[in-house]
Design a protein around this ligand. Sequence first.
Ligand SMILES: [Zn+2]
Length: 44
Amino acid sequence: MSKLYSCSECRMNYRDPKIARKCREWCKKYRSCNLEIIKHAVNE
Ligand SMILES: [Zn+2]
């Protein structure tokens, strides 16, 4: 079982902590989702 990292702003889950952090920074700054980031999200 792999650990998932979630964005505390949009609640998307990621396998890569670096991407999760990127997402969180983006969400805080822009209040919207970046398609380039959320395409890495996993749905579990
Ligand atoms: Zn996010």
